[in-house]
Design a protein around this ligand. Structure first.
Ligand SMILES: [Zn+2]
Length: 455
């Protein structure tokens, strides 16, 4: 029998704690691209607050509002004018337009065919061979308690003036910079009536074969307090991403079951990317990965894109205050209801906008993803063999092969190589892998999960 005296026990306990700490944590190297860091630093909470207050000052931004002085058409003209002002910094590469279309009547939240409009600024990529489009979006339309009320006040400061302000602010900061790929800054209409504006754009994109590489949809991103549980916390945000793709085919489902890649949809890869790059550039902020397409009882415009097979996530605040969403502006029992700017946290909104900018700028300055990414599963071996082809557009200096435990939510190791294959002495059975390209300026592409090479 081994006897341990209290001093020995204390030493052993301290030792095991230290060992656990070493096992649980590894170093993260923060390496910021100076141009992107500069853009991130230009995002201003004052500027965001001014955008939100202007948006909330229109009587309503209801989709069916026809008031050209103080309703949705006036608000859309105002967003267009902001985009047009920023476009003057872009040497002719940025265009802005109001995309008009007919929202088909559905007998529900759109009684009859009605006019709809998305406000869009496009910052054209500098590489004529690069067809990729990255979208940052939010919905401009607001609502009060009655989703059909297009007349009475609906300030929509946080839902979704906050997201719209972030879109406007990114257009302001990014207009004077150039990227090889194209960026679209979009203020959708009709979200509250059933994702109408986003559905129009994603259907058009599918019909016309747009190469949409990622959609960052921002919806309710400017408040840091929870109702009910009374949490105040400006240190975290959420990124929602679908687990099983809404557009998955039978064949894709079979490959997913075989590979065990339930946690590796394209949208999930985008969410991980936003977490890594966002936390690289934004201090005192954590990006939480939420493994669902959206919250219970609620939806968002990212869903229209995911349904059509595009890579799309929802950015949202960590804590929601339901007294300030979808409510008529009123005081009841001394409590102020309604979605008003006074309940927002603009420093918090700055951090969310900064995560968007860091992610979007890194993506748009990256080379395209590696092609034909495969993992060789033809033999029984305790090595993993990954192979891929260079991307069709963009200058690549090398690749990261990413690795993680099958139970880990995030990538844990990166192996850098300048080749287009890698063999490593870790069993393919025990880890998940992906490959991303690294451009000459260091920007990483989205990670590609390998398909199994079976013969
Ligand atoms: Zn919303």
């Amino acid at each position: 029998m081994l006897l341990i005296n209290p001093t020995m026990r204390k030493i052993l306990f301290t030792f095991s704690l230290a060992a656990m700490a070493n096992w649980g944590y590894s170093q993260t190297i923060i390496h910021r691209n100076p141009e992107i860091a500069q853009m991130v630093s230009e995002i201003s909470s004052d500027s965001l607050e001014a955008h939100v207050r202007r948006l909330a000052s229109f009587n309503t931004r209801h989709t069916l509002s026809t008031d050209s002085q103080n309703g949705m058409p006036a608000a859309q003209d105002w967003v267009l004018s902001k985009f047009q002002t920023y476009a003057t910094d872009a040497n002719g590469r940025m265009t802005a337009e109001i995309e008009r279309f007919t929202i088909p009547g559905d007998g529900r939240r759109i009684e009859q065919d009605s006019p709809g409009a998305n406000v869009v600024a496009t910052l054209k990529g500098t590489d004529p061979n690069d067809t990729r489009i990255f979208i940052i979006s939010a919905h401009m339309d607001s609502r009060n308690k009655n989703v059909m009320d297009a007349e009475n006040p609906a300030p929509g400061a946080n839902d979704d003036g906050s997201g719209t302000a972030a879109v406007i602010e990114l257009a302001r900061v990014m207009a004077s910079h150039s990227f090889p790929a194209t960026i679209k800054f979009v203020a959708f209409t009709g979200e509250e009536q059933g994702l109408k504006g986003a559905t129009y754009m994603s259907d058009k994109a599918q019909e016309e074969g747009w190469n949409i590489a990622a959609v960052l949809n921002n919806d309710i991103v400017g408040n840091s307090e929870s109702s009910g549980t009374l949490i105040k916390d400006n240190l975290k945000m959420r990124v929602f991403s679908e687990t099983i793709p809404a557009s998955e085919s039978e064949r894709e489902a079979a490959i997913r079951r075989y590979s065990g890649s339930d946690n590796d949809s394209k949208s999930r890869q985008l969410a991980r990317y936003i977490k890594e790059v966002g936390e690289r550039y934004v201090d005192q902020f954590e990006v939480k990965l939420i493994y669902r397409p959206d919250r219970f009882l609620r939806g968002g415009d990212q869903t229209s894109f995911a349904r059509n097979g595009f890579t799309a996530v929802r950015m949202s605040e960590m804590n929601e205050h339901f007294i300030h969403q979808h409510e008529n502006v009123r005081v009841e029992d001394g409590i102020q209801y309604g979605d008003l700017p006074e309940f927002m946290d603009f420093e918090y909104l700055r951090k969310v906008a900064a995560v968007n900018l860091a992610s979007l700028a890194t993506l748009a300055s990256s080379a395209d993803q590696p092609q034909q990414v495969q993992i060789d599963v033809r033999g029984l071996s305790n090595h993993s063999i990954l192979l891929w082809e260079a991307p069709k557009v963009g200058k690549v200096k090398g690749y990261y092969v990413l690795m993680r435990e099958t139970s880990s939510p995030v990538w844990e190791k990166k192996f850098y190589t300048t080749e287009t294959n890698l063999t490593i002495p870790y069993s393919k059975d025990n880890y998940f892998f992906a490959v991303q390209s690294v451009s000459e300026n260091g920007s990483e592409s989205l990670a590609v999960f390998p398909s199994p090479l079976t013969r």
